[in-house]
Design a protein around this ligand. Sequence first.
Ligand SMILES: Nc1ncnc2c1ncn2[C@@H]1O[C@H](COP(=O)(O)OP(=O)(O)O)[C@@H](O)[C@H]1O
Ligand SMILES: [Mg+2]
Length: 237
Amino acid sequence: MSEPLLEVTGLEAGYGKKSVLQGVSLRVNPGEIVALLGHNGAGKSTTLRTILGLMRARAGEVRFDGSRWANGDPAANGRRGIALVPQGRGVFPDLSVTENLMLGAWNQSDPAIRAQRLAAVRELFPVLAERQDQRTGTMSGGQQQMVAVGVALMQQPRLLMMDEPSIGLAPVVVQRILQTAREINQRFGTAIVLVEQNIKTALEIASRAYVMKSGRIVLERPAAELLAARDSWWDLY
Ligand SMILES: Nc1ncnc2c1ncn2[C@@H]1O[C@H](COP(=O)(O)OP(=O)(O)O)[C@@H](O)[C@H]1O
Ligand SMILES: [Mg+2]
């Protein structure tokens, strides 16, 4: 088996005195799509934030592409190839679509490469070219989510973490956003960690899945196995 792209071991993190992650371990292989599932409050967003470095781990470690990550340093981890599409999107509503996208290319100063990345994102989401000058806050929820995913892709990450990208969107838009995750994975070979409430759709595009509960991973299975038996396990967690 190939060396994992991301290997998280015994991660512990929390907010103030509150301890949330109680020793989270998971791995993502190069080019793999992994679903991270679990009820509200299980610690999924905290896990992604700690991997990127938006919060410091109190114990445990993350290895990315064979070396230890920079604990609590999102810019350093971003330069190495980790990107996060945050829950709630995190785009600037008053900036235009293209202004938001160009902010995502913060790790690249060469204008030619920045332009290439913009072209690749626009090819994936043609609406972002059609509406390049529109204020992002005036777009539909689905389109704003495409901007958010586009911003992360402008970084040209090797690992893309998506935190509930389909939240609040109509079912047909949900399908569209999740199919996009698969397309990104196939086109660019980007490994993806997908946190989703839409369990069925997430399991359809993932190869493996982890289930979290109370700051711990309680289940790890091939996605197809969980999909086939989803009535029998979801209620347990
Ligand atoms: N900024 C914060 N300050 C304090 N507690 C938080 C904060 N964000 C999340 N938590 C708490 O951490 C726990 C895990 O939250 P979170 O990682 O957001 O879970 P999930 O993404 O699985 O819904 C919850 O108990 C939540 O209330
Ligand atoms: Mg969350």
